[in-house]
Design a protein around this ligand. Structure first.
Ligand code: SF4
Length: 376
């Protein structure tokens, strides 16, 4: 039966693209004396590579570095501790998407706090928090808002909707990431060796292909935007490797059915109405990334959940960080997940020791679930 995705999972197309990739990549890797290093930025792509078994088809001349594109994976311990400090206040109903609940703070996770009696609830949309606030006027409802540029518009829209409806007992604990400053920070550091990027489809839908031009112009790295089906991803990879072989360095869009050059202008406008851009922010694995965060504008500070925190919790010492150092090495491409000594033995999705094992899009969870030679 043909489905909407059939054409993008067509095995003959997959085989054809793999052959094309190998034909171009092998001689280039021979010439360079090393495999081509490609970073897939987005956790959704990491997941797709292993879910569809593409890792078993790639030629040895292409090596992937799994980038920092899973928002749960890069959540710092301090942020989880802030979330806990709010969630454990008796008058608070704390709400979140499911995955962040399992990330460990310095002492426990939100899931453990829930088991200990905190009123913590999983929501599928931030808009649901509005109804919860209306139905619980004697409580403060807080939504834990994380995610890259893809998620920020829905949070901004929810906040504006709550403001328009005059809701006074809803706040957002925002720890959002802007992708471009994060990529620039990676490129400024000299400890990550990479030749080009497969660009994220979802973020690009919001920010547009044009947003990536500094990567090609300032850092001479090519980037090709990809969708999430096998043919989408391989087409983008082929275009990227062709650029390397032809010594070109351009931003290309292999996901034009979804991504435009300018992106979603309405979403961009909604973000800039609610958030100030360019805030220095701490990320797990990357440290402080200049300009990568956002902050709720002063005009909307009644909706900012950090107002519920004491100054001690706001400035928790990084000495309390408990995440194993291996996670940072994986996030910056220095270690593959299966090279971590804790992988599968002491760190599993049921008992994650680090954030990369928590979310299904985390590199370690993707290796755990799909990498065939490790299946028991
Ligand atoms: S296996 Fe666990 S501890 Fe090791 S890098 Fe992955 S998440 Fe971190």
């Amino acid at each position: 039966m043909m489905t909407l995705t059939s054409a993008f999972r067509d095995s003959s197309q997959v085989t054809k693209l793999i052959k094309l990739i190998q034909t171009v990549a092998d001689p280039l890797a021979d010439k360079w004396g090393r495999p081509l290093q490609v970073m897939e930025v987005c956790g959704g792509h990491t997941h797709a590579i292993f879910k569809f078994g593409l890792d078993q088809l790639f030629p040895k001349s292409v090596e992937f570095i799994h980038g920092p594109g899973c928002p749960v994976c890069v959540l710092p311990v301090e942020t989880i501790d802030q979330a806990l400090a709010i969630a454990e206040q008796p008058e608070v109903i704390f709400t979140s998407f499911g995955d962040p609940l399992r990330v460990l703070g310095s002492k426990k996770s939100l899931l453990q706090a829930k088991a200990q009696g905190a009123d913590i609830r999983v929501l599928y949309s931030p808009l649901d928090a509005i109804d919860l606030a209306k139905n619980n006027p004697d409580k403060q409802v807080v939504f834990f808002a994380i995610g890259f540029d893809t998620t920020i518009p829905s949070i901004a829209f929810s906040l504006l909707t709550a403001a328009q409806q005059g809701i006074r007992n809803l706040r957002f604990l925002c720890h959002h990431i802007r992708l471009m400053p994060t990529l620039m920070a990676l490129l400024v550091g000299d400890d990550v060796q990479l030749d080009g990027f497969v660009g994220p489809g979802h973020v690009s839908m919001v920010i547009g292909a044009n947003a990536y031009h500094p990567i090609a112009e300032c850092f001479q790295k090519p980037l090709v935007i990809a969708g999430f089906e096998p043919v989408d991803f391989l087409q983008a990879l082929y275009q990227l490797i062709l650029q390397l072989a032809q010594s070109r360095c351009e931003i290309e869009n292999a996901y034009a059915r979804v991504v435009t050059a300018e992106g979603n202008l309405s979403a961009q406008q909604t973000i800039s109405t609610v958030f100030d851009d360019g805030v220095d922010s701490q990320w797990r694995g990357l440290g402080v990334v200049p300009g990568s965060g956002v902050k709720i504008k002063d005009y909307y500070q009644a909706f900012d959940a950090t107002q519920l925190l004491s100054s001690t919790v706001l400035s928790l010492s990084s000495a309390e960080i408990t995440d194993p150092g291996y996670c940072n090495a994986v996030l910056t491409g220095k270690l593959k997940p299966d090279q971590c000594p804790l992988f599968r033995k002491h760190c599993t999705p049921e008992n994650p020791k680090g954030a990369l094992m928590v979310s299904g899009e985390g590199a370690c969870a993707a290796y755990y679930h799909y990498k065939r030679e490790f299946c028991v």
